[in-house]
Ligand binder design. Sequence first.
Ligand SMILES: *Cc1c(COP(=O)(O)O)cnc(C)c1O
Length: 411
Amino acid sequence: MSAPPVPPGEASGSSAGSPAWSDDPATTLIHHPYRPPAGFEAPQPAVHKASTVLFADVASLRARDWRHRSGYTYGLHGTPGTFTLESRLASLEGGLHTVLVPSGLAAITLVQFALLQQGDEVLLPANVYGPSRELARHELARAGITHRLYDPLDAAGFAAMLGPKTRLVWLEAPGSVTMEFPDLIGLVAAARAHGVLTALDNTWGAGIAFDPFALGLDISMQALTKFPSGGGDVLMGSVTTRDDALHERIKLCHMRMGWGVSGNDVELVLRSLATIGLRYRANDDAGRRLADFWTRRPEVSRVLHPALPDAPGHAHWAAVTQRAAGLFSVLFDPRHPPSAVDAFVDALKVFGIGYSWAGPVSLAVPYDLSAMRHPNPYAGTLVRFAVGMERVEDLIADCEQALAAMSASRG
Ligand SMILES: *Cc1c(COP(=O)(O)O)cnc(C)c1O
């Protein structure tokens, strides 16, 4: 059915654009014989968009296997764009295989559903990403999969929790609101000794801060929505592995679940990925400068940034990296009630109020930890800051004026 490629130039005559079997534009514009010349080399990969992929004949349709990136069968099974992005992400994280999904949360879901079945248990850190915990409480529970929460700072206590039903250990480094950095080395060693698979939410490290596979982790997932996108304009997730058999389990589940990503979104992430190292370092520097400002403010009792010596898990952070994302939280002293902290956030002008991070706009969100953590080890209202790309002096000045507005509002 598809026309044979026409050498460049041969299709330039007025009638050369029509196949022999029709001259009606309704048909000829779809079955147009012109093919651009091969050999166009640009540094940036092209945008590939397809549901349907055409085969030369029935034999090749029957012969094509989608599992090993050796050919194209259907849009959901991969395009040159998704294969390219998957390969670059695998290199970034020190893995061998990557699978793309439409969001970071979908990447979490994919790992859980690919590896767990009825009767199994997954262990989640007590500071786990909130929607991940909701997934466990509802969808995993409905599938007969149970979960328990462990203290990510206590590897010995964690080791004692590993039981005959434990099939997967979830790790997050650090917890994305309270920022405790887990004892990654101790937790992974205990899980491995017990023969249990380990999966890391590596959104914060982004493949820049440390190499998850060198630490012995089996699976690394990322919300590409954050650093790899860097634009605050894409939702996407990835699941990366080194082990062929493990990848195959994840890939088969991925295909059966039907998760595809848009070719335009793939191009956006590919465009940004080239600068991820520069953006990460700049974000780290700005985040530490703003965190340092907060350590000198009397309104807050604690600054939760893994690079600060008194942050929970600081030694575990220092054991695996010297880098950090520009993401941290402050605990307002309990003498400032939640309403005053809300007034502080409302008074911010440069910071937006909103979820997510690693985009151009700095963001702030107040969290009520008493509703999130049982038991809650922290006193006072927490505000999480996600540093964007604005000048850091402007961010500091914004916090200063909002603190002044907060105290003025209380008379
Ligand atoms: C944002 C985020 C996710 C989820 O990503 P989405 O693309 O928003 O679904 C998962 N884990 C962490 C740590 C995140 O920050």
